[in-house]
Design a protein around this ligand. Structure first.
Ligand code: ZN
Length: 234
């Protein structure tokens, strides 16, 4: 197999990275996934990863044949140095810096560095990640320029020619649902609603039209608004 056609997807088990997984399966001959354990306050997202991988691949015979291994990288040091609402029982609010307190400084920079090292070892040329500048919450490590700089740094630092793909960079949550529908039809949209997890509080006790969640946290509100906009546009 030509490993230049292998992609490594940064896969958290959330809605965006699940769409990225489908996007990669529709494009590359082989697709592997990586997730990161960094002391998340709730492990709901990560626990659901194997199940979601299996279900997404099951939507299409070709996708099933392309799906390769899954890797979980433990980043305890990141958890230890983070004083944020995702890693501590602090309220999710906007801090004085203007950033949500869910922000783990440079989290995606660190994830991409580890993903690059793994891709090197796996012979994968393509890295696929769900960062998005459109629903920009003030996370500077989600910016397109940050990702382009990381691609350059990885290629110089590892003497490779990785390509970082961010299919969701310029689309909003409504367009993410539209992309999912384009890639995998209603079955993929249903899978997103039923199986993927976005809620910052890890709440799966309440099922809304847009999926499970508390309905109040910023992630739930963004998902609910995006789903309503997509349904309204059909
Ligand atoms: Zn929520």
């Amino acid at each position: 197999m030509d490993t230049s056609d292998t992609a490594l997807v940064l896969f958290s088990g959330g809605q965006d990275s699940t769409v990225c997984l489908a996007w990669a399966l529709a494009r590359f001959a082989r697709v592997e996934t990586v997730g990161f354990l960094y002391g998340q306050r709730h492990a709901v997202e990560l626990e659901r990863r194997p199940h979601i991988r299996t279900r997404v691949a099951g939507l299409d015979q070709a996708w099933s044949a392309r799906l390769g291994g899954d890797y979980v990288v433990k980043l305890d040091a990141l958890a230890a140095m983070s004083e944020t609402a995702l890693t501590r029982d602090a309220a999710i609010t906007i801090a004085e810096s203007g950033l949500p307190t869910t922000f783990v400084p440079g989290r995606n920079v660190i994830f991409l560095a580890f993903a690059g090292a793994l891709a090197y070892r796996r012979g994968a040329k393509h890295l696929v990640a769900g960062m998005c500048e459109t629903d920009f919450s003030g996370y500077p490590d989600c910016r397109d320029d940050t990702l382009k700089a990381m691609q350059l740094a990885l290629n110089l630092g590892m003497d490779r020619s990785f390509v970082i793909h961010t299919p969701l960079m310029w689309v909003d949550k409504a367009a993410t649902f539209a992309l999912a529908h384009e890639l995998g039809g209603q079955a993929l949209v249903d899978l997103l609603l039923e199986d993927t997890h976005t809620c910052y509080l890890g709440d799966r006790s309440r099922r809304h039209a847009w999926g499970y969640g508390c309905g109040e946290c910023p992630a739930c509100r963004l998902r609910a608004a995006g789903y309503a906009k997509w349904i309204g546009s059909r």
